[in-house]
Design a protein around this ligand. Sequence first.
Ligand code: BGC
Length: 500
Amino acid sequence: MGRVLVTLTAAAAVVACSVATVAVRRRMKGKRKWKKVVGILRDLEEACETPLGRLRQMVDAIAVEMQAGLVSEGGSKLKMLLTFVDDLPNGSETGTYYALHLGGSYFRIIRVHLGGQRSTLEVQDVERHSIPTSLMNSTSEVLFDFLASSLQMFIEKEVFNLSQPVKRELAFTFSFPVKQTSISSGVLIKWTKGFAISEMAGEDIAECLQGALNKRGLDIRVAALVNDTVGALSFGHFHDPDTIAAVVFGTGSNACYLERTDAIIKCQNPRTTSGSMVVNMEWGNFWSSRLPRTSYDLELDAESMNSNDMGFEKMIGGMYLGDIVRRVILRMSQESDIFGPISSILSTPFVLRTNSVSAMHEDDTPELLEVARILNDLGVAEVALKVRKLVVKICDVVTRRAARLAAAGIAGILKKVGRDGSGGGRRSDKQIMRRTVVAVEGGLYLNYRMFREYMDEALRDILGEDVAQHVVIKAMEDGSSIGSALLLASSQSVQTIQSL
Ligand code: BGC
């Protein structure tokens, strides 16, 4: 009996011992896996670093590239496109105009009435729709007929008492790179932001829309073709004449600014009366070897429809931030099991949208419930709080880099136009610093507080307080659509439906 007891006790001790060993091993393994993901996070942080010195190099590089793009066609990755817009709206415009805006994710139709004073601008009607994904890969006919039919429906809903038929004037805000031939015409250079409608490069965009409107028997004239940044600048300038540049941070990203015509060397005869012209930079295509690029950016680019193109946009554009974050989480889930089994949803490109990144980043619940919910939607269920915190950190690193690079872009423009205070040691001379307004539009800036705060902070750091106090970043909503209608109004004297 005694021997049996001893044997049983010894057996129990062996079992307990091996259970403990397994537990310790598991804990060790768990620790190793945690270490692994922390290592991945560290590498990401390092690769995304944007210290002030590096940002200042970016500022210089952007200003240099802007100059090169103005000197000769193809002289830089920055296309620096002429817009034929020299006079910006000032508030005296009158009439009723329409604008149709094809953006990256949405299209909008608006009708604006202008009464000849700033205060009498009236946006009478706005319609916003998301762009069906099928349209992005359709044909030119399908796209333009869709736009024409949407416009037709918009107009059919109008309840005006018109004594005689009127000709409607439309500004087409087209958020893609176009080589303008006049303020109302221009050919598509290439698609961006996931659009891939074949055989359209080289086509006149205004003509395509006009053709589709005519086919439907609509008496509407496409009288202006305007990049969204240029629309935003017009709107900004209408409200505040100190506005000299506009930037869009939306699905894609781009900037335009007012340049002296004598600096636009590639254009021999710019034919402007004001001595300046708005230049559409197409900064999404900016590239410098100093950009902090990670392996995730490389993968994203290689798998994109437009690889080796729009490198800057792929680091700062709303279309891409979510996918960079997704790629980091996926890498972590492949190299450790802290996210549970690898989710097939998480492996789907672009499944994580930037608005979800902002919702996770700004989740202020102690348990990070929003992060848990979004991860759950991605097929990653029930992860520990420390893992959710890790995800917030990834969002922070990716968004902070984007925002700081965006700030360097703005500072680059200010440098090019001599408003960065760097002119000949006069930095602290308040007398010579003029108030400078930069209009900013786009969901990324408007709806993502952390992006906004990081960008504003970086801009202040780059410029220094003395200069930054003279620079105003003015956020606007729908400015690019309204601004295009304003531009149309200021650029023509044609009889329109002024008395609706
Ligand atoms: C386009 C620009 C546009 C920007 C913002 C970019 O992808 O190339 O023309 O202004 O997106 O919408």
